[in-house]
Design a protein around this ligand. Structure first.
Ligand SMILES: Nc1nc2c(ncn2[C@@H]2O[C@H](COP(=O)(O)OP(=O)(O)O)[C@@H](O)[C@H]2O)c(=O)[nH]1
Ligand SMILES: [Mg+2]
Length: 162
């Protein structure tokens, strides 16, 4: 299977904006109403994360991808994922902090909070505005094993790839 990723995160976390930035497309970031398959990315409506009614859909769709991106908004102080959430999936996890350019961003706090949901796996600090971190996401999705992701993260370790 060609490597593909599903975006997971609450409403407003920046899933659609990040998808557009990664694909360099201009699909309007109007509210995402349904699963949206776009090239190597599956964008999800935030409702899927916030309403247990959709958990089955999330689990079924996760089977179709190789990687899961868990997004966390750098301006937020509240984790919406359950602790250890990423470990409930057998797919390669990538944590992504969004909106690091925002004046109210607190990147250190965001990393600390997201780590609770993602005990293992790389965390990339990004901005769809400045395009910070986007190359790291593409490289990590190109990795097909946990070890390859770990090697990439270690060899490119910085304040934006943890
Ligand atoms: N400053 C800033 N704002 C962002 C960034 N990414 C998303 N946003 C804003 O956050 C809001 C929600 O984004 P959206 O992609 O629709 O979130 P979604 O519900 O997770 O798909 C929009 O107003 C975006 O413009 C970013 O990197 N920086
Ligand atoms: Mg959306």
């Amino acid at each position: 299977m060609r490597n593909r990723v599903m975006m997971m995160g609450p409403i407003g976390a920046g899933k659609t904006t990040l998808t557009n930035a990664l694909l360099e497309t201009e699909s309007s970031a109007t509210k995402t109403q349904t699963l949206s398959y776009r090239d190597w990315i599956v964008d999800t409506p935030g409702e899927y994360m916030e309403n247990p009614y959709y958990y089955k859909t999330i689990m079924a769709t996760a089977l179709e991808v190789t990687h899961l991106i868990f997004l966390f908004d750098a301006t937020s102080a509240k984790l919406t994922f359950p602790p250890g959430f990423s470990q409930g999936f057998t797919k390669l996890p990538i944590g992504v902090i969004t909106k690091s350019d925002h004046p109210e961003a607190n990147v250190e706090r965001a990393i600390r909070i997201l780590r609770m949901a993602l005990p293992k796996g790389p965390i990339v600090v990004t901005s769809a505005v400045t395009r910070k971190g986007l190359e790291h996401i593409k490289e990590l999705v190109a990795c097909s094993t946990t070890q390859a992701m770990k090697d990439y993260a270690e060899s490119h370790s910085s304040e934006i790839l943890i």
